[in-house]
Ligand binder design. Structure first.
Ligand code: ZN
Length: 151
């Protein structure tokens, strides 16, 4: 019961006052994601510094509370991490939400994002919760195809 209340409180707070909401004037990377079944539309903007860390990240668009809250929380997590760390985190997040079985343990790095683990029980909501993560991964993908990759 307490967990449910915490979950609702945090999700509601982020969906009503999304952090990192807006656009970047000249983003190095951006990608739009849409989820027609719910009507969610999110565009993610990213800048990556010389050290390979996400120096700035914003998102714009509109969506349901799960979509807005997950975008808000994912962008908070991404900022200051390296691109590789962020990609790993996004994959862990997606794995948690698309897991067939209830995960026995979750990576500590997920932090507050663990609040979304219950979404896996609601297939209609999975796309809402992962829309921003897919857009971010696609944005990074466009980066690696336009620049030389480190081998
Ligand atoms: Zn939605």
């Amino acid at each position: 019961m307490e967990l449910d209340e915490l979950y609702q409180h945090v999700i509601l707070d982020h969906s009503k006052r999304p952090r990192n909401f807006g656009t970047l004037p000249a983003p190095a990377l951006f990608c739009q994601g849409t989820n027609p079944s719910c009507g969610d539309e999110v565009t993610v903007y990213l800048n990556v510094g010389d050290s390979g860390t996400v120096s700035d990240v914003r998102f714009s668009g509109q969506g349901c509370s799960i979509c807005m809250a997950s975008s808000s929380m994912l962008t908070i997590k991404a900022k200051g991490k390296t691109v590789e760390e962020t990609k790993a985190l996004l994959h862990e997040y997606q794995n948690m939400i698309t897991a067939k079985e209830e995960p026995t343990s979750l990576p500590a790095a997920l932090g507050e994002l663990k609040l979304f683990k219950g979404v896996r029980k609601f297939p209609q909501r999975v796309k809402c919760a992962t829309l921003c993560s897919h857009a971010m991964l696609e944005a990074f993908q466009s980066q690696s195809s336009s620049t030389t990759t480190e081998q």
